[in-house]
Design a binder for this molecule. Structure first.
Ligand SMILES: *[C@@H]1O[C@H](CO)[C@@H](O)[C@H](O)[C@H]1NC(C)=O
Ligand SMILES: *[C@@H]1O[C@H](CO)[C@@H](O)[C@H](O)[C@H]1NC(C)=O
Ligand SMILES: *[C@@H]1O[C@H](CO)[C@@H](O)[C@H](O)[C@H]1NC(C)=O
Ligand SMILES: *[C@@H]1O[C@H](CO)[C@@H](O)[C@H](O)[C@H]1NC(C)=O
Ligand SMILES: *[C@@H]1O[C@H](CO)[C@@H](O)[C@H](O)[C@H]1NC(C)=O
Ligand SMILES: CC(=O)N[C@H]1CO[C@H](CO)[C@@H](O)[C@@H]1O
Ligand SMILES: [Zn+2]
Length: 381
């Protein structure tokens, strides 16, 4: 059921790949996918059999009405507008340190690379209930196109990991997925570093085994905590959705400020190995940032830039509830006002200079006025 679930849910990663939108045959494959999962209950997850793809994301709303809702994910996180909230409880994880006497299923669901997680892994503090793990998956791009879903000040990271949990008050993820307090996703940005990340290698070393859509393999359990950033105490929090159809607006999002690094070679393995359908490369499986519609993003930490740049808006100090989320901040308006003022001044100055120049030329245009400079003036003309 987890797999189903997964698919169903959050896999936000579902990628239908960038490449073309899925053909109906691909969709059928997805079904197969679901059905072949031992645990699946037959839902087909993604999209319940209705095809969707990353290439035409606006079309999602035709079949999945939630996808046009006002609490969609991912979003751009504007660090200047994030509201510092010192009361956000720290997140603590239990049961993440799996041992190699357990096995985990890794599979290519046609949208993403997904690792099924046991529900003994859980978030014990940070939310009003315990949340149990279901799966984790990734979003990525190509070597040329960074593929994180969330962006920080409009900048994408090369890739993003999502660890999906469901509220322990529900029987399973399928049931929780459509409940307003159903899901918690922990998200981390993946960047390129100098060294191979040995924890990511537990997954990436066998990625070629799942290059074909719907194929799966088993890997020994390991400490899944190590796939997340080192520091979990600095994070952003907002109310959002699954980033794939059916886009249920039931996700309590946590995006960590600390990032994860993998080697360039490891990132390439993620970007270049998987396929969706017969030949389509499974990459660029990220949804575009969605509008905030007045939502706020909280931050568990105060940006250091606050102290350094008191002039530039600071996380934690501004109360933005009066600002329109998609609108202009006071800083932006000031900047525009000054820009316009400067432009007008410049224009006046240019006009003035032009007039002076015309005066000057009319005075000096008689070459006889200064014979010595005559050649130079001709050259200039
Ligand atoms: C999830 O729980 C619901 C309610 O108990 C149940 O009807 C459903 O079959 C379960 N789904 C799976 C996949 O186990
Ligand atoms: C997300 O979790 C925070 C912290 O427990 C809570 O305050 C907030 O209400 C939650 N959001 C939703 C939509 O449940
Ligand atoms: C998220 O939604 C919950 C429940 O509606 C609300 O209490 C909470 O303040 C919201 N969180 C943010 C960051 O807006
Ligand atoms: C982390 O926070 C700092 C300070 O606000 C910010 O400059 C940086 O962009 C953030 N990075 C991420 C990944 O959130
Ligand atoms: C912002 O100001 C409003 C009205 O003064 C207040 O209700 C709200 O709690 C404030 N929000 C923050 C994050 O300080
Ligand atoms: C099952 C279903 O509702 N399918 C619809 C998905 O959206 C397209 C339009 O984009 C419709 O033609 C399908 O009927
Ligand atoms: Zn995702």
């Amino acid at each position: 059921m987890l797999r189903h679930f997964l698919t169903l849910l959050v896999l936000p990663g579902l990628v239908v790949n960038s490449s073309s939108s899925r053909s109906s045959s691909e969709e059928e494959k997805e079904h197969d996918d679901g059905s072949r999962e031992k645990e699946s209950n037959g839902h087909h997850s993604n999209g319940h059999g209705v095809p969707w793809g990353y290439k035409d994301q606006t079309a999602w709303t035709f079949n999945f009405t939630d996808c046009s809702g006002k609490s969609q994910s991912p979003i751009d996180i504007n660090t200047r507008r994030a509201i510092y909230d010192p009361t956000l409880p720290p997140i603590s994880l239990e049961g993440y340190d799996l041992t190699d006497d357990s096995a985990l299923t890794l599979w290519n669901n046609g949208h993403t690379l997904e690792l099924i997680l046991p529900n003994t892994m859980r978030i014990v503090t940070g939310f009003d209930h315990e949340f149990l793990a279901a799966q984790l998956h990734f979003h990525w791009g190509t070597p040329e196109v960074p593929g994180s879903e969330h962006t920080i000040d409009n900048v994408h990271f090369p890739a993003e990991i999502h660890v999906v949990h469901y509220n322990s008050k529900y029987a399973n993820i399928s049931e929780a997925a459509s409940q307003s307090d159903g899901l918690v996703v922990l998200g981390g940005f993946i960047q390129i570093g100098l060294h191979e990340n040995e924890n990511y290698e537990k997954i990436l070393a066998v990625i070629t085994d799942v290059s074909i859509e719907e194929s799966n393999t088993e890997i020994p359990g390991f400490n899944v905590r190590h796939l997340l950033p080192n520091k979990l105490d600095r994070f952003y929090r907002y109310n959002g959705s699954l980033t794939t159809p059916p886009c249920y607006q039931t996700v309590n999002w946590t995006i960590f400020n600390d990032t994860i690094t993998v080697s360039r070679k490891q990132l390439k393995a993620l970007e270049n190995t998987l396929k969706a359908g017969q030949e389509e490369h499974l990459n660029k499986n990220f949804r575009a940032p969605q509008l905030l519609y007045g939502r706020h993003v909280l931050a568990s930490f105060m940006a250091s830039s606050t102290i350094k740049n008191p002039g530039l808006g600071r996380m934690g100090e501004r109360n933005q509830s009066t600002e329109q989320s998609e609108g202009l901040s006071r800083g932006d308006i000031l900047a525009i006002a000054f820009g316009v003022l400067f432009g007008v001044s410049l224009l006046c100055f240019l006009l003035y200079t032009y007039q002076q120049h015309r005066k000057y030329t009319s005075i000096t245009k008689d070459p006889r006025q200064n014979v010595i400079y005559k050649p130079a003036m001709k050259a200039e003309a």
